[in-house]
Design a protein around this ligand. Structure first.
Ligand code: MLT
Length: 257
């Protein structure tokens, strides 16, 4: 099947080795801004909006991870970046793992934040498709009401997320849900990754149990895990200094590699 990439909107900060930060579902590049501001002193930090979110256009297809990878590749090509460090949060992590598998030569280092290599279980898949149908019939408020309390225990953040999610396009959410439901098992790809790989996990993450991240790091050749006990599913907003510190370690490991 032909993959038709779109030109992603992105924000850029700092100078140095390129580090691309990919957001999760149904967020946008702004979740990475606090971390990017810290890292800007030592790297060229690029924050794209994935298709359909923030200021990026959507295409006409479901957001398969493979298609989202083509969007990221097109962005690297547009910026003349041969190799980059790719750091992905949750759905952005699924994209990053797929990128590592599809284009290993374009990858210098990998960061996996609150994410996993496993595909959906059959039950999870059914639940996603049900949510997609419900968003189609009831609208985006379903996500705006239901999701923030699951993402973080920080009430101020929950309120901000609720506001933010009300502005997300229902069609993009439906396409992402369908794309995530059909994603492949990335577990067999883990030991084929030969670049430094940082895993960051929140101790209170309701989406990705800590155990999953511990298992994943064991399967990596050059992986290490940073656990943030008090963080939920959004460590880049809940503990930006620790996340930035981890990514700085990753940049240093890439320089030594
Ligand atoms: C995300 O945060 O990107 C999603 O919650 C991931 C998922 O639903 O699997």
């Amino acid at each position: 099947m032909e993959l038709n990439p779109v030109e992603l909107f992105y924000e850029e900060m700092g100078e140095g080795f390129p580090v691309v930060l990919l957001h999760g579902f149904p967020l946008d590049h702004t979740i990475w801004q606090p971390v990017a501001r810290i890292l800007a002193g030592q790297a060229r930090v690029i924050l794209p909006d994935l298709r359909g979110y923030g200021q990026s256009p959507d295409g006409n297809e479901n957001h398969t991870m493979r298609l989202l990878v083509e969007d990221v590749l097109l962005l690297l090509d547009r910026l003349n970046i041969e190799r980059a460090v790719l750091v992905g949060h949750s759905m952005g992590g699924y994209v990053s793992l797929t990128f590592a598998h599809a284009y290993p030569n374009r990858l210098a280092g990998l960061g996996l934040v609150a994410t996993q290599a496993n595909p959906d279980t059959p039950e999870k898949r059914q639940a996603r498709l049900r949510t997609a149908r419900d968003v189609r019939s009831k609208g985006i408020d379903l996500i705006a009401h239901g999701m923030p309390t699951k993402l973080t225990q920080n009430q101020e953040l929950q309120a901000q997320l609720q506001e933010r999610f009300r502005k997300v396009h229902a069609q993009s959410v439906i396409r992402s849900l369908k794309g995530m439901a059909e994603r492949q098992d990335a577990t067999p790809w883990l030991d084929q990754i030969h670049v430094p790989t940082l895993v960051i996990a929140g101790g209170r993450d309701q989406f990705i149990p800590l155990e999953k991240s511990r298992e994943m790091v064991e399967m990596l050749n050059k992986g290490w895990l940073i656990e943030i006990p008090d963080a939920g599913h959004l460590p880049m907003l809940e503990a930006p200094e620790q996340v930035a510190d981890g990514i700085a370690q990753l940049i240093a490991a890439v320089a030594d590699n």
